[in-house]
Ligand binder design. Structure first.
Ligand code: IMP
Length: 424
């Protein structure tokens, strides 16, 4: 390992946490580059359960430097809560670094996220209401507040006051809601957060660059997934950042030439939370079974996830748009004991075959999946070697690999990190 990127290659929740946890063991530096505490992953280690939203789970390994890069949006209260939670469990956060350039999620972002969703009514996106979209909106609009601004008190106070004045007007006159934000209270609270965050704050682009120059093993951990990318995903049912490999370069402040490998994580089936068309979605008992067996309920919101068959049109799209060098195919044990499993190979719109993932959601909504059926397999969660997998399970993996166009190098047969099999 020199530098590896791990991204979600579907709609998020592909089980990246397990792969990240496995690879973090050998990593010397782990970097987050986009998203915020809308992401969530759970790691069980030393009989303790840890829930991470902003801090890379690599923090569990002593000596691993964990970086929250400039492309991440940081809720100070959220990250301090995570710091307190892991510190209480005896884990040191002395190797945590937070980018000076990262944007700060403010209370008005969270309020506006909720109000905007309510205003959308039936057309809501199903956001996590963590203020992510409104924070990235301010970033793009150039009215955002960055971590470095917290340490220039006059600048910070002026920005908060300006923003609160405008947001209060938007809330009152556009959305006709009663909520009134108090700039002075926000300033007071955030200056306390700023003091506590200070030891962690630095120019993380330097730290990452120096680690790469020193040939350290650097792991860039993605959040969300390809189809939630604001440019390449199922817009507008997307998050407001770039979960694809390209997002890593901007969000961590590294050049593309620094990246050696890109691993896309997929599940042997597919899920999504929130709204939007989903061609292979299952509405029958097989879908319910996958949800129950696969524990497909959101880490951040607890919402049941929509479940469907593996979609190779999406797999191929992820390989292409992120330059995936390999795939980790997770949770194929969840498909055990299903007599016939299905893979979507292409879409059909009327009489027309659609080979490439459509840009238009209206077109996607008209797409019917064309399935290839394969015979299923029995329980596999006890299997430790790829060659010991049932032939049907191996045939399934091989077919997913052929259709997506990148090598599957890891297969997940259970939630435990030991239940990750390297393909030989
Ligand atoms: P937001 O990121 O909270 O603005 O939500 C936008 C969309 O992205 C919604 O459909 C969310 O459910 C989805 N989303 C955001 N983060 C995650 C994630 O970590 N996993 C899966 N879906 C996510």
């Amino acid at each position: 390992m020199s530098s590896k990127v791990i991204i979600g290659a579907q709609w998020g929740d592909e089980g990246k946490a397990k792969i990240i946890d496995i690879l973090s063991e050998e990593a010397e530096v782990v970097v987050r580059s986009q998203g915020g505490n809308n992401a969530g992953h759970t790691v069980v280690a030393n009989n303790e359960t840890y829930k991470f939203h902003l801090i890379p789970s690599g923090i569990l390994y002593e000596g691993t430097e964990c970086i929250v890069g400039n492309g991440v949006v940081i809720d100070p209260d959220g990250i301090l809560g995570e710091i307190d939670g892991i510190t209480a469990k005896g884990i040191s956060t002395s190797k945590l670094r937070i980018s000076k350039r990262a944007h700060v999620v403010m209370p008005y972002h969270k309020v506006l996220d909720g109000i905007k969703e309510q205003y959308r009514g039936e057309g809501d996106i199903g956001t996590t209401k963590k203020g992510i979209g409104p924070c990235y909106m301010d970033k793009a609009e150039r009215s955002g507040i960055r971590i470095c601004d917290l340490y220039n008190v006059d600048v910070f106070k002026a920005r908060v006051r300006d923003n609160v004045e405008i947001k209060n007007k938007i809330i009152k006159y556009v959305y006709e809601q009663d909520v009134v934000l108090d700039a002075e209270q926000i300033i007071e609270d955030y200056l306390v957060f700023a003091e506590r965050l200070k030891p962690y704050v630095t120019d993380t682009t330097v730290e990452v660059y120096e680690a790469l120059r020193a040939d350290k093993k650097v792991l860039f951990e993605g959040a969300q997934g390809t189809l939630l990318d604001i440019d390449l995903g199922t817009y507008p049912y997307v998050t407001s950042s770039h979960p694809v490999t390209g997002g890593v370069c901007v969000g961590a402040g590294v050049g593309p030439t620094e990246i050696d490998e890109c691993i896309g994580v997929m599940k042997g089936y597919i899920t999504r939370v929130g709204k939007g068309p989903f061609p292979t979605e299952l509405f029958d008992t097989t879908g319910d079974k996958i949800r129950e067996v696969g524990h497909e309920f959101g880490t951040t919101t607890g919402r049941p996830r929509r479940c469907g068959w593996f979609d190779a049109v999406i797999g191929k799209f992820a390989v292409r748009t992120s330059g995936l060098t390999s795939i980790a195919l997770n949770k194929i044990d969840v498909l055990s004991n299903i007599e016939t499993v299905k893979i979507c190979t292409v879409y059909k719109k009327g009489e027309e075959l659609i080979h490439e993932f459509p840009a238009s959601l209206e077109e996607l909504a008209e797409c019917e999946p064309v399935y290839e059926e394969l015979p299923g397999w029995g329980p596999i969660d006890h299997i430790k070697k790829y060659s010991d997998l049932p032939e049907n399970a191996k045939a399934y993996v091989t077919r997913c690999e052929e259709l997506c166009g990148a090598k599957i190098t890891m297969v997940g047969v259970g939630p435990d990190r030991a239940q990750n099999i390297y393909v030989d």
